[in-house]
Design a protein around this ligand. Structure first.
Ligand code: ADP
Length: 648
């Protein structure tokens, strides 16, 4: 084919392409005159080809584009440049590409109508801006791509100034996390992960997105746990505290002081597109300042009311127990029956108040564990003894299976006993037709697992997800009939969480349940907290009972005298010091709430006084200051209403 014919053909191809393209084409010569202006360009700019071809760029009617064209033509070494222009109601994206040819070069402008895209973006931004929660969008390279107005309101102007920069979430929130990078980094470092997830591979994003449901022992039980196993890079582990778990309550809480005091819940989640590609992550900030203030007030209120109820209840329960035990003379069968009803109900009231106080203490972080090397088989035996009669009465065959040579665990004896009692009590309670309940204990790596299995009513999968939340009870006529508060399991979970252990459940409706928890094996160097080693021999000395409430001091005296102890009472700090100087007590019981001084100061004085320094002090109180008591030298701590058998 001849050159001229070929060129003609090529020109025809180009013209056909330009005429039918969805994009506008404008070619400008080196002199600034428009040479080519296709049909789409006519439509986009609303001017006819005849009115612009041969004229300057201004003839298009868009000053911003005209000046960009002129600047490009003047530039010594022009590069491709993009300009976005708004014309009437259209948003046009223009790409200005310089070219060289025999006739002195020029500029090709490709114009695309991005109106719809722009409107979609505007709509999306309006939605994000309207969200009540703060939203921070991170790019895959850890830059802040967007913050909505709620973030600026929470964090101040520094939030909008951070857009476009590599600022970590921790820095933005003003949190000090030593050695940590930020949440974004860990998603980036996929290459350094180890494949350990039993279900999905580490690069499988489903694994990250899975919500935590209780699972069998040994397997990761939560979303975060699963992430930790799959993504072992250090950045991830450092940042784990900043990552929220969707669908769970384990969300990071941050306190922000500038520009004003706020408490926010922070969740960070990866953004993944349809193809499974990681696009960065989004952190949401939910302002919970008001909720937290109300929660503190509620906790204080519950705590105050419960304390106020405890003092009279200690007397009611204590004296009724004494009458029922025949310690106040003989009573007839009807009196006994009625008093047993009072006894049963005061016990229920005590346990309800204890649960409420426990919840309020846990929520306000006032629980101090007395961690010691603990023999789980001893705890299991104690629980079996406690529940033997109840199980028999309920037609439940309660057994245990404890592995041999179990190591000791690092745990608080009373708290672990409380958890196990709760689970065993539920196992019996929710087996209304009788059946089997078994406590099984076995070692699992560096943990000891304790399981309570029953053949009772079982729990549906949906209900299992909420079991450990406060006040949750399965909604059925049977559970309504059985009665309860829905606090027990939530307390169990919090207590085991405090121990660094885990709690889980396996159950099928109508086929029974297994509730289990794990505790860490005690390290060799864990030492025992000093405590009273065994009971004193009756008749071997005098016990000094210090309590500002005479009824309760009398009650303690009665308990102790019945068991053969000598007792001297004091109702104030002054009386206590005078009594201690008269007799050298072998043991002191002390209620720290005194009218004439601080009980802890008295405890200190008693420990400093050579006459009483060696006498173990057992704090009996409605104020739970176990940690403080032990720090001040108390040998043990008993909460009111007093458990008579533990005291004696
Ligand atoms: P409570 O027993 O006082 O209601 P819990 O927190 O101990 O409170 O238990 C919460 C709910 O979990 C119960 O109301 C019951 O519906 C369910 N549940 C607990 N343990 C069992 C079990 N062993 N079998 C069947 N359902 C149980």
């Amino acid at each position: 084919m001849q050159d001229g014919v070929r060129k003609k053909r090529q020109n025809l191809h180009i013209r056909t392409l330009m005429a039918n393209s969805a994009e506008g084409f404008v070619i400008v010569g080196p002199d600034g005159a428009i040479r080519v202006f296709n049909e789409t360009a006519e439509e986009l700019f609303g001017v006819s080809r005849t009115s612009v071809v041969g004229s300057a760029a201004e003839s298009i009617g868009c000053a911003k584009l005209a000046s960009a064209i002129r600047a490009q033509l003047k530039a010594k070494r022009p590069k491709i440049k993009s300009v976005q222009v708004e014309l009437e109601r259209r948003v046009l994206s223009c790409k200005l590409a310089p070219f060289d040819d025999d006739l002195g070069g020029g500029l090709a402008v490709v114009v695309r109508d991005d109106t719809e895209l722009f409107e979609q973006q505007e709509r999306a931004e309006a939605i994000l801006a309207g969200a009540g929660d703060g939203l921070i969008v991170f790019t895959p390279d850890s830059r802040i791509a967007y913050v909505n107005p709620a973030v600026v309101e929470i964090l101040g102007p520094k939030a909008s100034q951070a857009v476009g920069h590599q600022v970590s979430l921790a820095t933005l929130l003003g949190l000090e996390i030593p050695g940590s990078d930020d949440a974004v980094a860990c998603w980036e470092k996929l290459e350094c992960t180890h494949l350990e997830c039993p279900q999905y591979g580490a690069d499988d994003l489903r694994c990250w997105l899975r919500c935590g449901t209780p699972s069998p022992d040994g397997e990761p039980t939560s979303y975060r746990d699963k992430q930790k196993r799959c993504i072992k890079c250090e950045a991830f582990l450092d940042n784990a505290p900043l990552l929220g778990e969707p669908g769970t309550t384990g969300v990071t809480e941050a306190t922000i002081e500038e520009p004003e005091h706020r408490v926010v819940e922070v969740r960070t989640n990866p953004v993944i597109d349809r193809m499974g590609r990681y696009l960065g992550c989004v952190s949401t900030l939910h302002d919970v300042t008001a909720e937290r203030e109300i929660a503190v007030m509620k906790n204080e209120f519950v705590s105050m009311v419960s304390h106020e109820l405890r003092t009279p209840l200690t007397s009611i329960k204590g004296y009724v127990d004494l009458i029922v035990d025949g310690e106040a003379g003989e009573i007839n069968d009807i009196q006994k029956e009625f008093l047993e009803i009072v006894q049963e109900n005061s016990d229920r009231l005590v346990s309800l108040i204890n649960d409420l106080l426990d919840i309020s203490r846990i929520e306000s972080g006032r629980v101090h564990l007395k961690i010691e090397p603990l023999e789980i088989p001893d705890v299991v035996q104690g629980v079996l003894d406690t529940f033997r009669t109840y199980a028999e009465q309920s037609g439940v065959n309660l057994t245990s299976q404890v592995a041999r040579n179990l190591p000791r665990v690092a745990a608080d004896r009373d708290r672990v006993g409380q958890v196990l009692m709760n689970l065993v009590s539920n196992a019996i309670k929710y087996s209304p037709g009788g059946g089997d309940a078994k406590i099984a204990v076995k070692r699992h790596g560096d943990k000891v697992n304790i399981e309570v299995t029953d053949s009772g009513i079982g729990i549906s999968e949906e209900d299992q997800r909420q079991l450990f939340t406060k006040f949750f009870r399965v909604d059925s006529s049977l559970t309504r009939e059985i009665g309860g508060t829905g606090l027990g399991l939530s307390i169990c979970k919090s207590v085991i969480d405090l121990h660094g252990g885990e709690v889980w459940v396996k159950s099928r409706e109508g086929q029974g349940s297994t509730f289990a928890f794990s505790l860490c094996v005690a390290p060799d160097d864990l030492v025992r907290t000093p405590a009273v080693e065994g009971p004193l021999k009756p008749g071997t000395g005098t016990v000094l009972v210090i309590d500002h409430n005479p009824d309760i001091a009398d009650l303690v005296e009665t308990y102790l005298r019945k068991r053969g102890y000598d007792v001297i009472k004091a109702h104030s700090a002054a009386e206590a010091r005078a009594a201690a100087a008269k007799v050298k007590p072998v043991l002191i019981t002390l209620d720290v709430m005194l009218d004439d001084g601080d009980g802890f100061e008295l405890l200190q004085l008693l420990k400093d006084d050579p006459n009483t320094a060696d006498a173990p002090v057992v704090v009996l109180s409605i104020v739970t200051d176990e940690g403080k008591s032990l720090r001040h030298g108390a040998a043990d701590y008993l909460e009111k209403p007093i458990d008579k058998s533990r005291l004696v």
